[in-house]
Design a protein around this ligand. Structure first.
Ligand code: XMP
Length: 326
């Protein structure tokens, strides 16, 4: 019989056995998966774990704060925050191809992560308990979709599976590798991870970087961040958060269309809303959101984000469309 309690106990025990008295570090993204993985390893080995949160500048509004405050308050983990915005945006300059962007983000993520890990190791000088392990919140569908070990086609390079260097100095701990998202959520609740994090909709590791079609610039990020915050606010206010799996908000930075506002012509960018319903992200259907909610989101985005003059709705299932646009 599957219960979250039994599953949590079993995973905690496995991690304890695997790690022994060594130290581990964990890359936190603020998402459900890495948060639950961290909480689980924290339960298993306590202060032998240090978490590293790399702020790549591709986060949504309020996200860094949520990790720095809520998660640490709830779990008491030892957290190191790295501000790597300049590093990521410089590396992404000029890149528009989806896989190229994903690979750049994956590479820079590992780079800044390894540097943070070296700093932690350097500051510890503890030869008896070296940092030997790297914790990742990889789920079963990530393993499948990155073609990991199954021979499946590589659909997208998920940054937490595909992008590890060959000479990685750590052994991996992936305690959630056999679980689906709903199971991870239940295990997370069991471990006392705050509901605000457990019920967060999935958000991809490469963040807003793969929700800007075109170049990832500071200006484009600022536009998308505002539009995304409005959409999330209205969906939450309408009580729809648990009805939808997630709702990517995408900026078509390389498309413009003509509009009119007041007496003036505008030539702005479209925003795409991509609300989806799903069990495990392997397949998905587009969510039939109430028209009045769509109307409020559209009205507010076009009023409050001056660079956007059109809001569109993606009505494609997966397959053939993936959930994210890149
Ligand atoms: P797609 O776009 O492949 O997305 O239908 C399936 C699910 O995975 C999320 N996603 C990612 N998550 N790193 C992640 O941690 C990634 O690189 C990544 N790419 C997509 C996506 O948000 C959806 O929930």
């Amino acid at each position: 019989d599957w219960t979250p309690e039994a599953m949590a106990d079993q995973l905690v025990e496995q991690v304890r056995e695997q790690v022994g008295s060594a130290r581990a570090i964990c890359g936190l993204s603020g998402g459900v998966d890495s948060s639950v993985a961290a909480a689980l390893v924290q339960r298993a080995i306590g202060d032998q774990l240090t978490c590293v949160f790399v702020d790549h500048g591709l986060l949504r509004e309020g996200e860094a704060e949520q990790v720095e405050k809520d998660f640490v308050d709830a779990t008491g983990v030892d957290l190191v925050v790295v501000d790597a915005t300049d590093q990521f945006l410089n590396a992404l300059a000029g890149a528009t191809d989806p896989e190229e962007k994903r690979k750049i983000i994956g590479r820079e993520f590992i780079r800044s992560f390894e540097k943070a890990a070296r700093d932690i190791v350097g500051s510890q000088q503890d030869d008896e308990h070296p940092v030997k392990f790297l914790v990742q919140g990889t789920l079963y569908p990530d393993v499948v979709e990155s073609g990991g070990g199954t021979g499946a086609a590589n659909i997208k390079s998920h940054h937490n599976v595909g992008g590890l260097p060959d000479d990685l100095q750590f052994s991996l701990i992936e305690p959630l590798r056999t679980l689906f998202k709903d199971e991870v959520r239940q295990v997370g609740l069991e471990l006392g991870v705050p509901e605000g994090i457990v019920w967060r909709q999935p958000f991809p590791g490469p963040g807003l970087g793969i929700r800007i079609i075109g170049e990832v610039t500071r200006d484009n990020l600022a536009i998308l961040r505002r539009a995304d915050a409005i959409a999330r606010e209205e969906l939450t206010a309408a009580g729809l958060d648990r009805d939808i799996w997630q709702c990517p908000v995408v900026l078509l930075a390389n498309v413009r269309s003509v509009g009119v506002q007041g007496d003036g012509r505008t030539y702005g960018h479209p925003i795409v809303l991509r609300p989806v319903s799903s069990e495990d992200a392997m397949t998905a259907d587009w969510t039939r959101l109430p028209y009045d909610v769509l109307a409020r989101i559209s009205g507010r985005i076009t009023n409050e984000v001056s660079e956007v003059n059109r809001v569109t709705l993606d009505v494609t299932s997966k397959p053939p469309g993936t959930i994210e646009w890149e």
